[in-house]
Ligand binder design. Structure first.
Ligand code: MG
Length: 161
């Protein structure tokens, strides 16, 4: 089989005194995402989709929150490591499609930078990664601005040759 698909999901709480980082981009907001690493829920969901496509487990296995070395970690560095892992197994990214759910702030002005940042980290063309933003229409915890969630699918292709 020359293609594999994986899905990823992540959610982090919003809290005062934290930076809001999504797709490796710091977004101005009065609260940020709470977590052991930089809590970049979008990047985490992408990593889980890539790992899931190859049945390689999840990011908690590779970067356990119990390990102090990942405290405050830049999730882009973790993403680059996951990319190296899939490349080492003979696979590359076909495309990624992601949806970020946030009531506030408006993410649309930041989507291009997020795509560029992720594409650069993954060493892929920008048109292989799609990031969409939506709200939860004020419903549930995300809609009440208690957190931000992300869903992702990743298609991997076997490297030719
Ligand atoms: Mg996470």
């Amino acid at each position: 089989m020359n293609i594999r698909i994986g899905n990823g999901y992540d959610i982090h709480q919003l809290a005062p005194g934290r930076a809001l980082i999504l797709g490796g981009v710091e977004i101005p907001h009065e609260v940020g995402l709470l977590g052991h690493s930089d809590a970049d829920a979008l990047t985490h969901a992408i990593m889980d989709a890539m790992l899931g496509a190859l049945a390689l487990g999840d990011i908690g296995h590779y970067f356990p929150p119990s390990d102090p070395q990942w405290k405050g970690a830049d999730s882009l560095l973790l993403l680059a490591e996951v990319n190296q892992l899939i490349l080492s197994k003979g696979w590359q990214i076909g495309n990624i499609d992601a949806t970020v759910i946030a009531e506030r702030p408006k993410l649309k002005p930041h989507l291009t930078k997020m795509r560029e940042t992720l594409a650069k980290t993954l060493n892929i063309a920008g048109d292989r990664i799609s990031i969409k933003a939506t709200t939860n229409e004020k419903l549930d915890a995300v809609g009440q601005e208690k957190g931000i969630a992300a869903y992702t699918v990743a298609l991997l292709m076997r490297v030719e040759g």
